[in-house]
Write a protein that binds this ligand. Sequence first.
Ligand code: FAD
Length: 422
Amino acid sequence: MKSTMGSAREGTGAASDSDRVDVLIAGGGHVGLSLALALRLAGPELEVTVVDASPPEAVARDNRASAIAAAGRRMLDRLGVWEAIAANAQAITEMVITDSRTGNAVRPVFLTFDGRAKDGEPFAHMVLNGDMVGALRDRAEAAGATIIAPDTVDDFTTGDSSVLCRLGTGRTIAARLLVAADGGRSRLRSLAGIGTVSWPYRQSGIVVTVEHERPHHGRAVEHFLPGGPFAILPLKGNRSSLVWSERDDIAKRIVSGDEDVFRYELERRFGRQLGAITPLGKPRAFPLGLTLARAFVADRFALAGDAAHGIHPIAGQGLNLGFRDVAALAETIVEAERLGLDIGSATVLERYQSWRRFDSFEMGVTTDVLNRLFSNDNPVLRLVRDVGLGLVDRLPGMKRMFISEAAGEGGELPRLLRGEAI
Ligand SMILES: Cc1cc2nc3c(=O)[nH]c(=O)nc-3n(C[C@H](O)[C@H](O)[C@H](O)COP(=O)(O)OP(=O)(O)OC[C@H]3O[C@@H](n4cnc5c(N)ncnc54)[C@H](O)[C@@H]3O)c2cc1C
């Protein structure tokens, strides 16, 4: 839908020469696009524009994959996106956890999960990022959202009834609410004066797809190695996506060094259970850290996705937290609009913040503790964690709780994550 003058509520005088929308979203990754789509489907009267720094063709270049929890899959289903990506999505039917040293020939299994989510569906699916962002973009546009790309939201000024946003190309857009979904290094978060609690892990997540001789049967494996977790996540066919955490200096050597060194290091960690393996494409390393925004909202401003919280990928929950933000923020905005409230007001935004901030802190702290507990070779910690894993493996109630958390079903779920319309 084209954003034109006068379509949103009247703003400040400063916005008189600008386009006007109800919600301007900075960032067209998974989070920004799914928010735009959710808003347009539940509140077709809302004018929504997404500004994204990356050109549309960049989507096809992202060969990473993400584990989407059952709750996120229900939301994508409700938004009409799942049908476009389901054929390529691989269900995770079992999860196996081992704890060993890098060169160990045998990796004792300490914990296995073969649980399902509440609706009997698999607790997670692996989906290619390119497939998902492409489908979200198509659906958001078809639902009437305006997408401007490539361009950036560079600056903004907040007035009484609107926020005036300046784009890199010089264009200005006035909105009743600005949502920053501009990723972990969010420029807009800094411009809004929102500080963070953050520290680097001095670890990088190496990502690569491999082809293997034997089928994985939907099994995901996480080897806890002294350098960090090494996750083998099943994709369609005899392929798996690896997320492999290592100390920064080692990761750098592994991804930018000799191809034979990479293959040697890969095979030592991967093991032989799936037969011979072939890397498909070059590995990439992503620096890992914990970043939690001290506030999720400011005047006519809200953070969502990695802009609000960047966590360790040890539990594959970063994007799933972002989907929880999307579902909660869309529900908050649409309900406020239906009640005739100002969607950028402090009272409305406070509802979103109180819904999402504690949950995000809790997940951030949990992944931080897990990473500290497992990414080392300390014999005492090794004993503690192995006894703990063994206990969980023998207690069905505990296992069900972990499956429910992995399926994204804990806490107060917004409607979209329950598969319901807003
Ligand atoms: C190695 C690794 C593995 C992971 N695996 C999983 C997993 O299995 N499951 C899971 O749930 N999560 C996983 N995650 C986390 C997940 O990738 C992120 O949480 C998710 O991509 C965040 O999405 P986002 O839309 O918030 O941010 P991004 O994907 O970073 O998107 C931000 C967008 O904003 C744009 N942008 C930036 N600045 C501006 C600006 N000023 N104006 C306009 N646009 C701007 C960027 O171009 C980009 O398109 C993993 C992360 C890593 C590093």
